[in-house]
Design a protein. Structure first.
Length: 227
């Protein structure tokens, strides 16, 4: 039993560290020698990198941050596919790990999201977890990830506001999981992850209500949204 607990604990810790890779911060330091947390919105996410460093650095950060979420889920599925994991599960009294995988994948996804927004390498600061959350969704069940991306794209095409698009995408996740008959663990991730992303955007929500949230391409006067 102890070995089983240690294995799963190590997976969750690994997921956190994958999520905590400070992509935007590292790119800012490498390209311009700046601390991305001290410019723009102060976030390390792709939107702040886009505004500060340009289109291609912003795209690079977006892709890597998505990959962090995908990798956290892939790691769980890879380890659970190994023979020794099944042996440890049997020792712990579990005959079939298939019922455990959705829950462990969900927890790993949450830890990756937490790592992105509260990176140990950056004094527990970071981005707003939208890109990493998308990566987790693609890893859990890619049609939901693509559906969420579609909601984001439609809202963004109409509004040109990243924060509003991110919030609407976050709200859609649980509904998509439910409609597509996904496991309860994935539905709960949709709820928990959506709430987390929305809470991370609470200052943006206030600016949206005040009509002061900048659209993409506009000069940032105050802290705004980041992916």
């Amino acid at each position: 039993m102890a070995s089983w607990i240690i294995l799963n604990g190590a997976l969750l810790i690994s997921a956190y560290f994958l999520g905590s890779i400070p992509t935007g911060y590292a790119l800012g330091k490498w390209m311009l020698g700046i601390d991305i947390r001290e410019v723009g919105s102060g976030s390390t996410g792709a939107t702040n990198v886009l505004r500060t460093l340009g289109k291609w650095p912003g795209l690079a950060v977006l892709l890597v941050d998505v990959l962090k979420g995908v990798s956290a889920i892939a790691l769980v599925r890879y380890i659970y596919a190994l023979n020794f994991t099944q042996q440890l599960a049997t020792t712990a009294g579990l005959e079939n790990t298939e019922t455990v995988i959705p829950w462990m994948a969900t927890l790993a996804g949450l830890f990756a999201v937490l790592g992105h927004s509260k990176s140990i390498w950056l004094g527990f600061t970071g981005g707003k977890s939208v890109a990493t959350s998308l990566g987790v969704l693609l890893g859990l069940y890619w049609p939901v990830g693509l559906g969420t991306l579609g909601v984001f794209a439609i809202v963004f095409a109409v509004s040109r506001i990243v924060s509003l698009s991110s919030i609407m995408g976050a709200i859609s996740v649980a509904g998509l999981m439910f409609v597509l008959h996904q496991p309860l663990a994935y539905i709960l991730f949709g709820i928990a992850g959506g709430v987390f992303v929305i809470v991370r955007h609470r200052s943006n929500i206030q600016r949206l209500l005040n009509g002061t949230e900048p659209k993409i391409g506009q000069k940032l006067e105050t802290a705004a949204s980041d992916i």
